[in-house]
Design a protein around this ligand. Structure first.
Ligand code: HEC
Length: 447
């Protein structure tokens, strides 16, 4: 930087008449040499701290899952280069949606803009200057994780047995049994929240799932609610709810990650019901779509593709997407294929979401923004395309020399997406679609 300025000044000196400007520039140099950031230089206090407050501190603070705190300049400074690397690669904050494809608007998107990444990068390259301490924003206050954010639940269940995560235990993935939900009749859920009661700092993810056995012994599984740091439950819009059938049980799919201290973990699910007898107009469904159990993933191979299809028999509004793959998961896309006569002026098919760098460590539910939720006709085919990476280049891969097939264990694999949606009547569908077409939100895939 200084070098270029010097060059320019020499040039200016050679041009008679420009000497005054040159002198001014030279006078400006010593000031820079003293390390005072010029007005336009990116500084921690003014530019970087607000970004970290918004997108990092939910996890990177004492008692939470981030391995270090990123609250103050002194805490952040030693990590500057690592932060640069993590944000440039879009590994942090965890959010792995391909930004070049399909829907761009989500309710829970913590990701950084290109501009923010560029700012962090330039700031680190400039030596990570602190800037004027007076410009430091007020510290964030964090929501109280002890209370229920959905209001007082009608039922709360916890783990049947607390789990001890030893100080140096390896990562632990499991389905943990929960107490009986005690449901004697079918009920509609208005709000649901999952949270750690103990040991939040080792709970990487916790997803409450449901299980119901019918008279023939067939099991129906569903997704109830995920716990994500900084997320405090779901309250469904008035008139929208979920049905939970009598006898349903819940269990908790967890990833626990030791952090150097013996830590007891307990988790709870709280549910608030609609009054008995009340039937919400829209029922939110959460189910597997595009399952493919015919997996054949050769050793030391990547980009292994599978396809799965599910047909929606009624018009619907899609609200959330979560890919489900195991250790060899690499990427997943969700494509909608419309019945030709009813595409409503759209392309015959469009890819609405891809997770292009699947991270087995992170179970993220991508909640579509209200304005972006796809409104789809009856007969729409949900096409789930998954890719697997069974090479040593995949950090989650325990053994690239094994051929992999379908199975329940993490070291086997799976291929499906959890999708949330609610069905619409034909009238509602037409109405919502015409409203939407006045301001289109779903773009056609760019790749
Ligand atoms: C949802 C929680 C969460 C959020 C939000 C988050 N992190 Fe992280 N971060 C983690 C966890 C957990 C790890 C440990 C590695 C892993 O599990 O992926 C980590 C690892 C890191 C590392 C690597 C540390 C090392 O040991 O090398 C850096 C750097 C980092 N985060 C920076 C950030 C920055 C910067 C942001 C915001 C832009 C951010 N993180 C947002 C949870 C989070």
């Amino acid at each position: 930087m200084t070098k270029t300025i010097r060059l320019h000044t020499t040039l200016l000196f050679n041009m008679s008449g420009a000497c005054i400007l040159a002198t001014l520039l030279i006078l400006a140099l010593p000031q820079r040499a003293r390390g005072q950031a010029p007005q336009n230089q990116i500084s921690f206090t003014r530019d970087i701290a607000p970004i970290l407050q918004r997108t990092c501190q939910d996890c990177h603070r004492p008692g939470n899952i981030g391995p270090m705190s990123l609250l103050t300049y002194d805490q952040v400074r030693p990590w500057a280069r690592s932060i640069r690397q993590q944000v440039v690669q879009r590994n942090m904050p965890p959010w792995y949606i391909d930004r070049a494809v399909g829907i761009h608007k989500f309710k829970n998107d913590p990701s950084l803009t290109d501009r923010e990444i560029e700012m962090i990068s330039q700031w680190v390259d400039a030596g990570a200057p602190q800037g004027d301490p007076a410009l430091m924003p007020q510290p964030r206050t964090f929501d109280d994780s002890d209370r229920w954010h959905i209001g007082k639940p009608d039922v709360v269940v916890t783990l049947k047995k607390e789990v001890l995560v030893k100080s140096k235990a390896p990562d632990y993935w499991a389905d943990l049994a929960m107490e009986d939900l005690g449901l004697k009749t079918d009920r509609y859920i208005q709000a649901v929240e999952v949270k750690p009661l103990k040991g939040a700092k080792v709970v990487h993810h916790a997803v409450a799932q449901t299980r119901l056995e019918d008279a023939l012994g067939n099991e129906e599984q569903g997704l109830l609610e995920e716990y994500a740091v900084g997320k405090f439950g779901d309250i469904f819009p008035e008139g929208t709810g979920r049905l939970i059938k009598a006898g349903t049980q819940t269990y908790m799919n967890v990833h626990l990650h030791a952090n150097g201290e013996d830590t007891m973990v307990n988790l709870a699910v709280g549910i608030r019901f609609y009054p008995e007898g009340y039937v919400p107009k829209h029922l939110e469904q959460v189910a597997h779509v595009g399952d493919n159990e015919d997996l054949d993933i050769p050793p030391n191979t990547k980009d292994v593709r599978t396809d799965g299809y599910t047909v929606l028999l009624k018009p619907a509004r899609l609200t959330a997407f979560q890919p489900h793959l195991h250790n060899r998961g690499q990427a997943q896309c969700l494509e909608l294929i419309y019945p030709p006569a009813q595409s409503g002026g759209r392309a015959p098919n469009e890819t609405i979401s891809c997770v292009d760098r699947y991270h087995f460590n992170w179970h993220i539910v991508y909640h579509y923004d209200e304005d972006a939720q796809p409104i789809v006709p009856a007969g729409t085919i949900l096409h789930v395309i998954s890719w697997f990476d069974n090479t040593a280049g995949n950090k989650s891969n325990p053994d690239p020399s094994n051929p992999i097939a379908f199975g329940q264990r993490s070291v086997d694999d799976m291929s499906f997406a959890w999708l949330s949606w609610y069905y619409l009547s034909d009238d509602e569908y037409r109405q919502m679609l015409s409203q939407r077409q006045k301001k289109p939100a779903v773009t056609t895939a760019k790749k």
